[in-house]
Design a protein around this ligand. Structure first.
Ligand code: AMP
Length: 394
């Protein structure tokens, strides 16, 4: 590896890691630590095709990252000998300040903490990983790469809410957008597949995983995206509602006295496909729909319809698109969702090639389709590593 970067994505009870070459964006080693803090935590470590798993009690993130270091020692190259150039951290919310990756020092750490009120589910967990890694690797630069940063180019017409000024000025209320590293990577790959420079093309990226968002990328720059102040806005997701009338919150508060904490949890963790279909795994929902489960059928229809509305509106926002790219767990794997989402967009220039779609692409539109539709596997860790390498080189 010419520029090995250890990429860490720290969640509240999980840690994902990858050893990635910042030049090629390829990973040699990856791992997932789950149920941190519980009696039976698991660590799954993959090194060049070999997979090992162990179960032990990992009391906190420090214990988790120490177990990661041990896993590297047992399988593959110990991290101390890997020639690491940096440890890179995925940070969900960068607010208005962090529009580029940044080398982390105490002041940056505090600023990320200050943004926790905008992302209470994510930033504190990201910070935990940063604090532990700074102690564990004190001599290496630690870099934060923000999910919001790619959307810093979204203009006011798309990022301001029509609400009192003070909300924005004093409390940061505006649209930020997320999944930025994925949208950046996939939109660039889409341009590559068209044989054009990213600055020459307009691309719509549909990142459809458990969390999901659509972004309109005009000549390499994000100009609109479906997530807002938080990742709750936009598409229907695994457990998030996506767009809704905010008055629903007041209505339920008045009618049943629901607390804001309960409503927050309900909209983020108990809504979306879980509420509509009773489950979140898209494979299981599709299977249930095929077997005649009405709730699953309606849920799929709603899911695809919301994507279709966003794609249609982004074709309008861009004044025409060259490509639409599907990515992440559902976008990369579900031909049914892709077909459902594109169904009635023929009039807007989308001609789906059904056989190519069923086969998974990479190009799933007909040769004469005015808009080229693609399936592109995302590589968020690769993008984080290459942005980190670029930052340190400058
Ligand atoms: P991600 O958050 O990107 O890991 O995506 C997770 C989602 O991808 C889950 O809802 C999975 O059910 C879905 N997924 C993974 N593989 C498939 C597949 N073959 N068909 C449909 N959905 C899939």
């Amino acid at each position: 590896m010419s520029a090995p970067v250890l990429v860490i994505n720290s969640g509240s009870s999980s840690i994902k890691y990858q050893l990635v070459d910042g030049e090629t964006q390829e990973a040699s080693t990856s791992g997932l630590i789950e149920r941190v803090g519980q009696s039976e935590s698991t660590l799954t470590h993959r090194h060049e095709g070999e997979r090992t798993e162990r179960t032990e009690h990992l009391a906190d993130h420090a214990a988790g990252l120490e177990a990661m270091v041990a896993a590297f020692e047992e399988h593959g190259t110990p991290l101390a000998e890997a020639g690491l150039i940096a440890v890179a951290h995925r940070v969900v919310h960068g607010g208005e300040r962090f529009v580029q990756p940044v080398v982390i020092d105490d002041e940056v750490e505090q600023a990320i903490e200050g943004l926790s009120s905008l992302a209470p589910l994510h930033n504190p967990a990201n910070l935990e990983g940063i604090r532990v890694a700074r102690k564990l690797f004190p001599r290496l630069p630690q870099v934060a790469v923000f999910d919001t940063a790619f959307h810093a180019t979204v203009p006011e017409r798309a990022h301001l809410y029509a609400v009192p000024n003070a909300w924005r000025e004093e409390h940061g209320v505006r649209r930020y957008g997320f999944h930025g590293t994925s949208h950046a990577y996939v939109s660039r790959k889409a341009a590559e597949m068209l044989g054009r420079h990213p600055k020459e093309v307009n691309v719509i990226v549909a990142h459809l995983g458990n969390g999901a968002s659509v972004t309109a990328v005009e000549r390499g720059r994000s100009i609109d995206t479906s997530m807002g102040l938080t990742p709750l806005e936009g598409l229907v997701m695994g457990t998030r509602s996506g767009d809704l009338d905010p008055a629903i919150v007041f209505h339920l508060h008045r009618r049943i006295g629901a607390s804001f904490a309960d409503l927050d949890a309900a909209l983020n963790k108990e809504s979306g496909m879980l509420a509509l279909a009773g489950q979140i795994d898209m494979r299981a929902i599709e299977a249930a729909a095929r077997e005649g489960d009405r709730a699953a059928q309606v849920a799929l229809e709603i899911y695809c319809y919301r994507i279709r509305k966003y794609i249609g509106s982004y074709i309008a926002a861009l004044g025409g698109a060259d490509a639409i790219a599907f990515t992440a767990g559902i976008g990369e794997n579900s031909a049914e969702v892709r077909a459902g989402a594109l169904g009635s967009l023929v009039a807007l220039g989308v001609r789906l090639d059904e056989a190519a779609n069923a086969a998974g692409g990479p190009i799933i539109s007909t040769p004469g389709s005015p808009i080229t539709v693609m399936v592109i596997p995302t590589n968020e860790e690769g993008e984080i590593a290459s942005q980190t390498t670029a930052l340190l080189r400058n």
